[in-house]
Design a protein. Structure first.
Lengths: 218, 266
């Protein structure tokens, strides 16, 4: 017979979650607003590209992944009011002008011959940066107070990893000559330079700062 | 990337052959391939018809290219309009969802076409569906695509589902039933957005419904889709009602089809 009066700890021995986190409510809302802006711009561009891409398998993947990012935008949109932002449009903004420039440059290629550039922008630059920023957020925020954000980031990261893998394989299958490799690398470098200036998908501090400040010696 | 991407520039590989509607209607191979869609030869699509299996193969290829264009159209609606000024974000999210659904439909229909012994590119493609998705007014675009064309898809999928049942082909019947469920969702999206976006704008509502009629008329040639026993594609009342069509609206499409047939025989 189970002894129903026998006390147990509120946290099981294997449950090592802790209360402290890197972000307060306002900072979390700020980041979530930037993420929502980014996911929206991304699904819009991927939807627009579908008609411009002649490779049938890639056309279908873009259509599928387009929805993943729209769903992410929707999840972030639903999280904002829970972070005290009732007017969700107010925080649905880019972190800075450089991020606007990044999304414009990434979305620019239209010609049917530019599938490599389209894929490189999304799968070799933007998605890896999103994975980095979402992972930093997921690992840094409070595992108890901000568990709703962690839960949605976990869903999204699963999509991001799967989509990144599919996208990378599509890119590898498209690059068949040194010239195509050169095109991919040039476009990647161009976009990475803008991303560097933006400081990451949520602006400066997107993935924290690993350096230690050292006092100057006199 | 431009806003509003022209139909003639839709990106395709070398297997696809584009045909205008005029070319399609005057193509002498049409009646042979499609099994006689001239009004005097109309017959409900069944496996028992001498040319039934060939007509089903042609129709499946038509579904496949239609799904590609539906995917492209929904994708363009995600891109062509600004959130806030022109459309609500929720509308674009519905279109993104539709992109995923249409991408799956492409996968399903290309696999079914192969299952039926058809090669990709065996039949020509015309860009009529995507052209409706180029309308610069998002309300007209959604009404033309989601209510008229996706409505037609409800009728086509239901007809193909019945064809699969009659032919003893459980794979065809199973897949068509799943696609039919998605199409009802897409038509309902169109009905819901039409109502929401024109709530206080009767003029825009009238324009959108007129555009829907134009598109419906284009796809009712010769009474190809209708309620008569010998209509190749049967108008599906029950699923259209689920998707937000009123009885009067369905009656109107049935009448349009009868008129088109009468016009073709005179």
């Amino acid at each position: 017979m189970t002894d129903t009066k026998r006390p147990r700890e509120p946290f099981a021995p294997w449950d090592r979650r802790s209360l402290p986190g890197l972000f307060d409510v306002d900072e979390t809302a700020r980041r979530v607003g930037h993420y929502k802006w980014l996911e929206t711009k991304l699904f819009e561009a991927m939807g627009g590209w579908v008609a411009t891409v002649p490779e049938l398998d890639i056309k279908l993947r873009l259509g599928t992944h387009c929805y993943h990012h729209a769903w992410h935008a929707d999840l972030f949109d639903k999280r904002l009011p829970e972070l005290r932002e009732m007017n969700t449009d107010r925080l649905t903004v880019p972190p800075n002008e450089k991020m606007v420039e990044f999304m414009e440059t990434m979305s620019e290629p239209e010609a049917a011959e530019m599938t490599i550039e389209k894929l490189v922008g999304v799968y070799r630059v933007l998605i890896p940066h999103k994975i980095a920023a979402y992972t930093y957020h997921r690992n840094g925020t409070s595992e108890i107070t901000d568990m709703p954000t962690i839960r949605i980031l976990d869903f999204m990261l699963q999509d991001e990893f799967n989509d990144w893998r599919e996208g990378e394989m599509l890119i590898q299958s498209m690059i068949e000559s040194p010239e195509e490799l050169e095109r991919a690398m040039l476009h990647q470098t161009k976009l990475e330079e803008i991303m560097l200036a933006a400081g990451g998908v949520a602006g400066a501090g997107s993935i924290g700062d690993p350096y230690i400040e050292v006092a100057e010696e006199n | 990337m431009r806003k509003i991407f022209p139909a003639e520039e839709l990106a395709r590989d070398s297997r696809f052959i584009r045909q205008t509607n005029e070319q399609r209607l005057s193509d002498p191979r049409g009646p042979r391939v499609a099994g006689g869609n001239a009004s005097e030869n109309l017959a409900k699509l069944t496996p028992g018809l001498p040319n039934g299996p060939d007509r089903a193969r042609a129709l499946m290829h038509g579904i496949f290219v239609g799904e590609i264009q539906a995917l492209e159209g929904a994708g363009r609606t995600c891109w062509d309009f600004e959130v806030g000024d022109e459309v609500p974000l929720a509308l674009k999210m519905d279109m993104a969802r539709q992109c995923w659904d249409e991408a799956r439909h492409c996968e399903i229909s290309v696999a079914l076409a192969e299952h039926m012994g058809t090669e990709l590119g065996e039949y020509a493609e015309n860009g009529l569906l995507y052209e409706a998705a180029c309308n610069p007014d998002p309300v007209l675009r959604l009404t033309g695509v989601n209510r008229a064309l996706e409505g037609l898809a409800i009728d086509v999928f239901n007809t193909m589902k019945e064809f699969g049942n009659m032919a003893g082909d459980p794979v065809l019947e199973f897949c068509e039933d799943w696609m039919l469920a998605d199409e009802v969702t897409h038509v309902k999206m169109g009905s819901d957005w039409l109502r929401r976006l024109t709530e206080n704008d009767k003029e825009r509502l009238d324009k959108a419904l007129e555009f829907q009629k134009i598109v419906d008329r284009l796809f009712s040639f010769n009474g190809f889709r209708g309620e008569d026993d010998d209509s190749p594609i049967q108008l599906t009342r029950r699923f259209r009602e689920l998707a937000g069509f009123s009885e009067e609206e369905i009656d109107e499409i049935a009448d349009m089809s009868r008129d088109a047939r009468a016009e073709a025989t005179t």
